[in-house]
Design a protein around this ligand. Structure first.
Ligand SMILES: [Zn+2]
Length: 517
């Protein structure tokens, strides 16, 4: 997180919570209610959805979810995540287009992950270590306890302060790697976690990530990166590292935990080793993807492409998968191919992709990621991928596959198949705004105007922008009045019902705003 944020933290922080103030003892019952915390989180979420640096990249999204879901399951199984929190909180992650290294928990079960974090960590275990730590800040109700201390602040004020910190963090010059290890964004600005809370999140997070099957090297790797950043920046220009407990105590506790875990870990079986190699390959490629999506500039794209071409020329033929060299090669080739496609050098992109394929053949998610990149290249070039004429989109195995196939089929004029597949998806995932938007486009392509407007309305509602959603629903109603027969009875009644629901949400919010003031 860029340093600029802290100027705000320093001015606002004095009256809004400090890192080392005295706290109620852990586990006391003065917590903010889950409903109140969720409301604050929702207010923040609405603004993040609107932020141009919020990215919904389905490929990286699936990658993060693949790490996140096992952590959630482990937290449930360990009893850290209560049924109430599980149900009431959003448990949603925002990918943020930012090259700095950061992940943070927000009120209400929302989390932010910078592309820079994914692009920098060495493996999925390190990512899991950070995410498990952040998850634990929420499951241990640290955020709620800090906000309770600020109970005299109206919730809208707390949300505004957190958003102020977010906005202030948008300083693109603010260099590298300061904010590893994950503080709540809120914490960086106003709601600094205490030392005890950090230690608790370290301890609980370590248990969660271990139970989820991640290696303890994730924690040691992450702490080494933190220490390095801290050494590089000991001039005090990084208040996070100054005020934040990257202290010997925290370090020693982590080392002891890692040693204990390592002693108890049996040597991995050949099957486990195979799984680990696949995970390494996948991570190398996803890290390269994150670096490119962070918009590194043309020079960096050219460098990545040249590096990939250098490696491609040196590849033994046939290349052997799953060595540590091939992991680096796969990352470089994926990055180079994607970079070349961004540079619109599609010949080079396809040539690099061709070199990447044998390295990832039969490597599970890693091979899938390569297949998805091939689809993206066609779409970037503006042509319908070859498979789009015949593909059965109903068989998509992941969200990324579904959404990329949907875009491909649209390019091949198969909108009816797209709307059918996406209708099924949004019925199960009504908060998927991107899917709603694609569905709107598919309806539009078929000339189904009312349905297209309704899908747009739902995409606004999915991102909690109920005012905009209501506008669209009313537009659909207006269209039905002016062109009777344009929509069938079922469609009309769905729109009426949803209009009333959204109106009542807006009324409730207005009422809550009055109470909060
Ligand atoms: Zn923390």
């Amino acid at each position: 997180m860029p340093a600029a944020q802290f100027s705000l933290a320093q001015t606002a922080g004095a009256s809004f919570g400090r890192g080392t103030g005295s706290l109620p003892s852990l586990g006391d019952n003065s917590d903010l209610s889950t409903a109140a915390e969720r409301r604050i989180g929702d207010r923040i979420a609405v603004s993040i959805y609107r932020d141009p640096d919020y990215v919904d990249d389905p490929v990286l999204g699936d990658y993060l979810q693949g790490i996140w879901q096992p952590l959630m399951a482990a937290a449930r199984a360990r009893g850290e995540l209560s049924g109430e929190l599980d149900e009431r909180f959003a448990w949603e992650m925002f990918l943020i287009r930012d090259r700095s290294i950061n992940a943070f928990a927000l009120p209400g079960g929302y989390f932010g992950v910078h592309l820079g974090l994914i692009g920098t960590v060495g493996n999925a275990d390190e990512l899991a270590a950070v995410l498990a730590h952040e998850l634990s800040h929420v499951t241990q109700r640290h955020i709620s306890r800090l906000m309770t201390q600020q109970a005299r602040q109206a919730p809208w004020m707390i949300a505004a302060m957190v958003l102020g910190a977010l906005a202030a963090s948008k300083n693109s010059n603010a260099g590298a790697a300061a904010m590893v290890g994950g503080q709540a964004l809120a914490a960086q600005g106003q709601l600094n976690f205490s030392r005890d809370m950090e230690r608790e999140a370290d301890r609980v997070g370590f248990g969660v990530m271990s139970d989820a099957g991640y290696a303890s090297r994730g924690v040691s790797g992450m702490f080494e990166k933190l220490q390095q950043a801290s050494r590089l920046n000991d001039n005090g220009s990084f208040p996070y590292l100054r005020s934040h407990p990257m202290n010997t105590e925290r370090m020693a506790e982590a080392q002891a935990r890692v040693q204990l875990a390592n002693a108890a870990t049996a040597k991995p079986s050949p099957e486990q080793q195979a799984v680990q190699s696949q995970a390494q390959l996948l991570h190398a490629m996803m890290a390269a993807r994150a670096r490119i999506l962070a918009v590194p500039g043309v020079d960096m794209l050219r460098t990545m492409k040249a590096e990939a071409e250098r490696r491609a020329a040196a590849l033994p033929a046939p290349a052997s998968p799953a060595s540590s060299t091939s992991v680096r090669d796969a990352g470089a080739l994926y990055g180079g191919a994607f970079a070349a496609a961004q540079l619109r050098d599609f010949a080079a992109a396809r040539s690099l992709l061709g070199r990447l394929r044998p390295l990832t053949a039969d490597m599970g998610l890693a091979s899938q990621a390569v297949g998805l990149l091939a689809i993206e290249m066609d779409l970037l070039e503006g042509r319908a991928p070859a498979f789009a004429a015949t593909a059965d989109i109903g068989k998509a195995g992941s969200r990324a596959e579904l959404l990329l196939q949907a875009r491909s089929l649209m390019a091949a004029n198969r909108a009816p198949d797209v709307s059918q597949a996406l209708q099924g998806w949004v019925a199960e995932h009504p908060r998927d705004a991107t899917a709603w938007q694609l569905l709107a486009a598919a309806y539009g392509q078929q000339g189904q105007k009312v349905r297209a407007i309704r899908a747009e309305a739902e995409s606004r509602a999915a991102q909690l922008d109920y005012g905009a959603a209501l506008d669209r629903f009313k537009a659909a109603q207006g269209l039905m009045r002016s062109e009777p027969g344009i929509a069938d009875h079922v469609e009309a009644s769905i729109i009426d019902t949803r209009t009333r629901q959204v109106e009542s949400i807006l009324k409730e919010q207005a009422l809550q705003d009055k109470i909060d003031r």
